[in-house]
Design a protein around this ligand. Structure first.
Ligand SMILES: Nc1nc2c(c(=O)[nH]1)N[C@H]1C(S)=C(S)[C@@H](COP(=O)(O)OP(=O)(O)OC[C@H]3O[C@@H](n4cnc5c(=O)[nH]c(N)nc54)[C@H](O)[C@@H]3O)O[C@H]1N2
Ligand SMILES: Nc1nc2c(c(=O)[nH]1)N[C@H]1C(S)=C(S)[C@@H](COP(=O)(O)OP(=O)(O)OC[C@H]3O[C@@H](n4cnc5c(=O)[nH]c(N)nc54)[C@H](O)[C@@H]3O)O[C@H]1N2
Ligand code: SF4
Ligand SMILES: [Mo]
Length: 894
């Protein structure tokens, strides 16, 4: 037994009664077997996960009956019939089109739409509204990778497959926290490395993340300096004679110019990247010596001002060595959202046409127009996300439709984006959750079907198209996104072109488009699936593209090993050093590296409703190196301020954070922690080529946030995020909400006010108050059981919340501790509460430490003693980190 997590055993109901579908979160695209009772297990036959699921996937069953689903359309805040709502949308767009022309309307869509929805929206905008002002949140996510692929290959193609990550001898992870963001892929890598320890993993990330656990080398480079790292690597590879000369001369162009830029960088690599020269040399040596090398990258590359150059600098190294599209060797841009890849296929970015066809190539625009049976078509690229919101803000967009994304939270320059949404003349929002920061501003709200109710396809990072299948009826009057688009199109007079009988019909139309004028010229070709019947679509197994209609029956598994680039020859792009992030820290500011947490999905509309997913990180936290904390204590509140706005979060001292940087999660919203929306501090700077925002390089000033009082309130309902100037709310268990608070009024006043906000008839507060020291505590008792607790004090150090929360949940049925214990916030004798690390089995950090003290020496042994890490396995890197820290502690003589 290698102690590695196993796919869950088949449980009731039998697997055959479950529906085969796909996880709606990350771009790994795990196959899922799901049932209407909330059963969710990994699909043992799916090529992405072979039965595994991560913490978020495992908890999917708990999201299908979440409260807060929109059950009917709304027009100007009032319930409306579908007819009335669709009429209103059509009228809003028609009026604007008539008054101001096609470029005065816009759509902002999402990689969380199914391919069919995405196709419908893109066709509607570009072909019928006649505008390319349709951009996707993928602009914030993948557009730099798209641009880099297009520059290098002539087409946006990820050449490799997941298996390459397992068979590589060297895996370089650049700006990717794979352990938390693509956990099942990370587990596949961990298993491969356990089986074949000679395999090496290098992590390139300014901070030490969970992904670094088990890695052979971590390069904590200066944020933004990846261009220097890979430029210097290119020069090194060339100098060491690692160029695949024959391949390069036959299949590429532009090497000389790229080398010239690389040579200018090389002597300064250590200084520019801030990486220890010995580590740099080790990395270069390993890379040079290892034929089977995969370089995987994600947002640390894509979301920066030199993003496209960073990605091309990586691609250059693979082109030089001919390590591309071969088993265990290639560049690998991993996608974020479940259907980021599908969006690229249907061209739902303002800068793309559908089906990898291109405005730039003669005749292709006309091919698309003809296929769509459209009388018009956008003649060229439209506004990219940041430009689109600027146009909205400037009043140049009169009708705007947001689908399956929450830009009020996720766009940079958050305050301006909110203002633009608030002032939009006509705003339509389609979402599967009712209350989002963006929906708040909508004139028309349209209820979309959610994961369990959706039917269509998604494409994952390795080009595998998988069906998402409905296994529940729509909630309330919710409708599929493609249907909503088609209905509006029909009302605008374009019904014929949108008269699909269902997603299978859309899929056929989309698949056929990819074969138009193709003849092997474009890699993306699934015209072989254009004849898929409804029955075949219903049963469609996962299929990797390409799937051409003609020619070879065996579709290529990987691309470009033998050349065959879409642009005939691949291009080396010179990536000179432009001084990214050079001044960071010089002015006393910190570089804010925003990103993700293990158990939350973006703006938390679904994962935030699952108590066990909230347990891992219940409050918005800012991680800062202890020497950069300006004397602010660990656990105190801190303010960060950028030129465009500020935020308040709880400070955590973290030695894994690179000096001069801070990390904050992107997840919190006005619904749950209004002051912790980090995008208020992030300026709208973009990569000049892709237009992707630089979401990881805001400069922020750190200062203490010093309220009059700190406190928390636990209650059986969500009392909202505005109880105090600092307020962060979230589930602390089933039926119990936690509100972390801090305020500026007198503590007595705050205590009285907050007590009044909770009140329950027939319940009474037991109190402990010492105004002299600013201490105010109360526990609300009903029939002898605590149903709420309010603790206020002058200091941020307050009793842990979990013990009280476990007593307050409506599910609690054990003995109630004495009131003195309740008011002390802890059992007199019990163990002191500790944060949950393994959410599958509810194992706390303290229990894991106890197991280590009792002799557990590796993750498997911890698992045997505590069950930690034996569920989905997503917490295993953190267990490894705890183990290492505990063992190190033991080694220190007392
Ligand atoms: N749990 C969870 N998983 C997710 C998501 C989620 O919301 N939650 N979202 C999905 C989506 S849409 C996406 S796009 C992916 C994102 O997946 P990732 O890109 O892996 O995640 P991030 O946390 O955004 O950023 C990755 C890392 O980039 C590092 N970084 C910052 N600046 C630099 C730099 O200049 N150079 C380098 N080399 N690194 C840098 C950060 O420190 C961070 O650790 O995750 C997907 N998976
Ligand atoms: N500072 C900072 N900002 C970032 C990032 C970062 O790293 N740092 N990352 C960026 C990246 S990579 C991304 S991908 C974005 C993500 O940012 P968003 O896309 O804004 O975040 P989500 O919370 O995923 O929003 C999806 C919305 O769609 C709804 N939804 C889900 N499924 C459906 C459906 O089928 N139909 C409809 N109509 N609605 C649905 C959900 O309820 C939710 O409200 O954030 C970006 N913003
Ligand atoms: S790794 Fe997790 S979030 Fe990503 S698809 Fe698989 S189960 Fe879903
Ligand atoms: Mo993303």
């Amino acid at each position: 037994m290698d102690g590695l997590p196993r796919p869950p055993a088949a449980t009731t109901p039998p697997l055959r009664d479950l529906t085969r579908t796909t996880c709606p979160y990350c771009g790994v695209g795990c196959g899922v077997l799901a049932g209407p009772d909330g059963t969710v297990v990994g699909d043992p036959d799916h090529p992405a996960n072979f039965g595994r699921l991560c913490s978020k996937g495992t908890a999917l069953g708990e999201t299908i009956a979440l409260p807060g689903r929109p059950l009917h359309p709304e027009v100007r805040g009032k319930r409306a019939s579908w007819d009335a709502a669709l009429d209103a949308v059509a009228e809003g767009f028609r009026r604007t089109l008539n008054e101001s022309g096609p470029d005065s309307v816009g759509l902002y869509v999402s990689g969380q739409l199914l391919t069919e929805d995405y196709y419908a929206a893109n066709k509607f905008a570009k072909g019928f509204l006649g505008t390319a002002n349709i951009d996707s949140n993928s602009r914030l996510c993948m557009s730099s990778a798209v641009a880099a692929h297009q520059r290098a290959f002539g087409e946006d193609v990820v050449p490799g497959v997941y298996e390459d990550l397992e068979t590589a001898d060297l895996l370089v992870l650049v700006g990717s926290n794979l352990a938390w963001c693509h956990p099942v892929l990370f587990q596949r890598v961990a298993v491969a490395k356990a089986v074949r320890p000679s395999m090496r993993v290098v992590v390139v990330d300014p901070r030490r993340t969970a992904t670094c656990e088990g890695a052979d080398l971590h390069l904590p480079l200066r944020p933004g300096s990846d261009v220097a790292l890979f430029g210097a690597l290119l020069a090194h590879l060339h100098a060491e004679g690692r160029a695949d000369r024959a391949w390069v001369s036959e299949h590429t162009r532009g090497l000389e110019a790229a080398l010239e830029a690389a040579h200018a960088i090389a002597p300064h690599a250590a200084e520019l990247t801030g990486v220890d020269p010995a580590d740099l040399a080790t990395f270069f040596r390993w890379f040079a010596a290892t034929r089977r090398t995969v370089t995987l990258w994600s947002q640390g590359v894509n979301q920066s001002e030199a993003a496209t150059d960073k990605a091309n600098a990586i691609l250059n190294c693979h082109l030089l060595t001919g390590r591309i599209g071969k088993p265990g060797a290639g560049p690998f841009s991993v996608t974020g959202q479940p259907n980021a890849m599908g969006g690229r296929e249907v061209g739902a970015l303002a800068t793309m046409l559908a089906g990898h066809l291109d405005w730039e190539r003669p005749g292709e625009t006309e091919l698309v127009r003809g296929h769509w049976r459209a009388s018009t078509i956008a003649a060229g690229p439209g506004l990219k996300a940041v430009e689109l919101f600027r146009a909205l803000s400037a009043g140049r967009i009169g009708a705007f439709w947001v689908m399956a994304t929450n830009p009020a939270v996720s766009m940079p320059d958050g305050s301006s984006v909110r203002d633009a949404l608030r002032r939009a003349p006509f705003l339509v929002v389609s979402d599967c959750m009712a209350k989002t920061d963006t929906a708040e501003f909508a004139h028309v709200r349209l209820p979309a079907v959610g994961w369990a109710e959706k039917d269509g396809t998604v494409t994952n990072s390795e080009r595998v198209i998988t069906r998402q299948r409905a296994f529940l009826p729509p909630s309330g009057e919710a409708r599929p996104d493609w249907w909503i688009v088609a209905q509006v199109a029909a009302r605008l007079g374009w019904g014929d072109a949108f008269a699909w009988s269902g997603p299978a019909a859309i899929f056929r139309e989309h698949a056929a488009l990819t074969g138009l004028g193709n003849d092997g010229r474009r890699a993306f070709d699934i015209s072989g699936l254009a004849g898929t019947t409804d029955a075949e679509y219903a049963a469609m197994p996962p299929a990797r593209w390409p799937r051409p209609a003609k020619g070879s029956t065996v579709a290529a598994e990987r691309f470009f090993a033998a050349g065959g680039f879409t642009a005939a020859r691949a291009r080396f792009v010179p990536t000179p050093w432009r001084g990214e992030g050079a001044a960071a820290g010089g002015d006393g500011t910190l570089t804010l590296l925003t990103g993700r947490l293990r158990d939350q999905w973006h703006t938390m509309t679904r994962t935030g409703g699952v108590p066990r997913l909230m347990a891992h990180a219940p409050e918005p936290v800012l991680a800062v190196h202890p020497e950069d904390t300006r004397g602010i204590a660990d656990g105190a509140l801190a303010r960060i301020a950028g030129p465009h706005g500020g935020a308040v979060l709880r400070l955590r001292h973290d030695t894994g954070q690179r000096r001069g940087t801070a990390f904050a999660p992107m997840h919190w919203t006005a619904q749950n922690a209004p002051t912790a929306r980090v995008n208020t501090t992030v300026p709208p700077a973009v990569d000049p080529i892709s237009g992707q925002p630089a979401l990881k390089s805001a400069r922020v000033a750190l200062s203490a946030y010093e309220p009059e009082w700190h406190g928390f309130l636990l209650a059986r309902r969500d009392l909202g995020p505005t109880l105090a100037p600092y307020c962060a709310t979230g589930l602390a268990g089933h039926g119990v909400w936690r509100h972390e608070l801090a305020g500026t009024e007198e503590p007595e006043q705050a205590f009285a006010r907050l007590i009044a906000s909770v009140g329950a008839p027939g319940a009474a507060w037991a109190r402990l108050e010492d105004p002299a020291s600013g201490l105010h505590r109360g526990v609300l008792l009903e029939a002898g059981r605590p149903i709420a607790a309010l603790f206020l004090g002058p200091h941020h150090r307050l009793p842990p919340r979990d013990w009280l929360a476990a007593l307050i949940t409506p599910e609690a049925d054990g003995a109630v501790p004495p009131i003195v214990a309740l008011l002390a916030g802890r059992a007199a004798d019990g163990p002191s509460p500790s944060p949950t690390l393994c959410v599958c089995n509810g194992v706390t950090q303290a229990r894991i430490r106890t197991a280590v003290e009792a002799g557990a020496r590796d993750v498997a042994a911890v698992g045997e003693r505590t069950r930690a890490g034996t569920g989905c396995g997503s917490c295993r890197p953190e267990i490894a980190a705890l183990l290492a820290a505990a063992i190190e502690q033991e080694a220190v003589p007392a």
